[in-house]
Design a binder for this molecule. Sequence first.
Ligand SMILES: N[C@@H](CCC(=O)N[C@@H](CS)C(=O)NCC(=O)O)C(=O)O
Length: 225
Amino acid sequence: MPLPILYTFRRCPYAMRARLGLLLGQRNVDIREITLKAKPEALLQASPKGTVPVLVLSDGQVISESLEIMRWALSSNNPLPHAYPPLLGQTVDEQEQIAHLIHQNDHEFKPWLDKYKYADRYPAQSQTDYFRSASEFLNTLETYLNRHRYLVNDQLSLADYAIVPFIRQFNAVDPKRDLSLSYPRLMAWLNELTSSEIFTQAMNKYVIWEAGQSQISLLDINVTR
Ligand SMILES: N[C@@H](CCC(=O)N[C@@H](CS)C(=O)NCC(=O)O)C(=O)O
């Protein structure tokens, strides 16, 4: 049975989210690292909208949303389902909180993050204004982390893994700005998650895929290091 294929781009936080989900679920995939400037034909054929990540399952089914890839990776037909209820939320309330936080990240925070990161392309407001607008989400996360160790409760959930690549990107925009002064809990959370083994594994660098290249499997990290 061929492995599912993951089209991915290391600098894309959505793609990192998918890679984290697949690692959490211990789902092996054939990694195809791409660049957005030269998207391979095979990716566009699988998913004409042309965003990454895209997962092409062995039966041809295509999943082209990062959160759905995470959920697929942690779904109940997984060989280790007992490990996942805490990640997916154990109560309806937790499940709703996870979905709500990720929705806020993707639809409110991410557009501000892009403007803050590429402020020169968005001259309507200053970079400081974009920083301020984006910070509203950081305030929300800091409040949650004041209540418990991780975003939803004292255990890591899908929300932590789905959001951390975006906070990492935000924090990297201006290394001179010390976010730990205003967001001490959030920055401690960021450090903890980004120094974890699974994150390091997700950030592994791969050569850009070319048609005909031999398979590189996500779980076989010795091949890729
Ligand atoms: N909602 C999508 C968003 C994915 C997305 O926007 N990815 C960006 C890269 S971070 C992309 O592929 N953009 C296409 C392009 O820039 O051509 C998901 O969650 O997977």
